[in-house]
Design a protein around this ligand. Structure first.
Ligand SMILES: *Cc1c(COP(=O)(O)O)cnc(C)c1O
Length: 245
């Protein structure tokens, strides 16, 4: 099991290096986030001991359980799942960045909680660049407006944008999603909003990380290619409660 993880990590770092070379980017400008949903703490610890330092969890219960188990290694933890307002308090215990802020009500509740705790946090705005019903994220046309509104909350620092690309065997369709995220980054950056520094683009996963790197990703989120196939379908993680709040 463990040898697989270390071989897989090697393969991923080679893929990152090659993609960077191809687009004249410094490999250090792309960080690998381990997408650890369904992966047990032992495997995560193993990967962290191989030199990895950034993980992302989708569900609050898994976040709490695993972060408790791995806390000695003190990884940087991002929340990358759909966040319901009633789970904010728990997420704030563990995550230093929430990559999935996609609506004003969530930012409002987050801001209230942060003020109460006298705490601040980094967030990314999640954009639904593939326009798929099944995915969360603000509509691309509304992204800049959301950024402007969220920028008003002093305890929240907008540090980037996040998206899940279209699942398609046609690379050019996938590329369009990443280009769209980049365009939103440029459009919003040109506004010079206080409290907004959109330097991070979190995009690209096991199947499309090369395209994402070519289009400017600074964080790629990889699960399957490191830890193997998951038993739960991703829909369980991605659109659970889609109409519930
Ligand atoms: C699961 C997940 C990933 C990783 O996907 P893989 O295809 O397993 O690499 C990336 N981002 C998010 C938001 C995820 O839920």
């Amino acid at each position: 099991m463990s040898t697989h993880i270390s071989e897989n990590l090697n393969t991923i770092h080679n893929r990152i290096n090659k993609a960077c070379e191809k687009s004249n980017r410094d490999p250090k400008s792309v960080r690998l986030l381990l997408a650890t949903k369904t992966v047990d703490s032992e495997k995560i610890l193993y990967a962290l001991n191989q030199g990895e330092s950034l993980i992302g969890e989708n569900k609050v219960q898994e976040l709490t359980e695993k972060c408790t188990a791995i806390k000695e290694l003190n990884p940087e933890v991002h929340f990358i799942g759909h966040l319901q307002s009633n789970k904010i308090k728990e997420v704030l215990k563990w995550a230093s960045c929430i990559e999935t802020v996609d609506r004003l009500e969530l930012a409002e509740k987050l801001s209230q909680r942060l003020a109460f705790e006298e705490k601040e946090i980094d967030i990314y705005i999640q954009v639904n660049t593939s326009y798929e019903e099944s995915k969360f994220g603000v509509a691309p046309e509304k992204a800049v407006e959301l950024i402007k509104s969220v920028a008003e909350f002093k305890h929240i620092h907008i540090k980037g944008l996040m998206t899940i690309g279209l699942f398609s065997s046609e690379p050019e369709k996938v590329r369009k999603c990443f280009q769209l995220l980049k365009n939103i980054q440029e459009e919003a950056t040109a506004l010079n909003l206080p409290n907004v520094d959109l330097k991070e683009l979190s995009m690209g996963m096991s199947g499309d990380l090369e395209i994402a790197i070519q289009e400017g990703a600074t964080i790629i989120r990889v699960g399957t290619a490191i830890f193997g196939e998951r038993i739960y379908p991703d829909s369980y993680y991605w659109n659970e409660g889609k109409n519930a709040d």
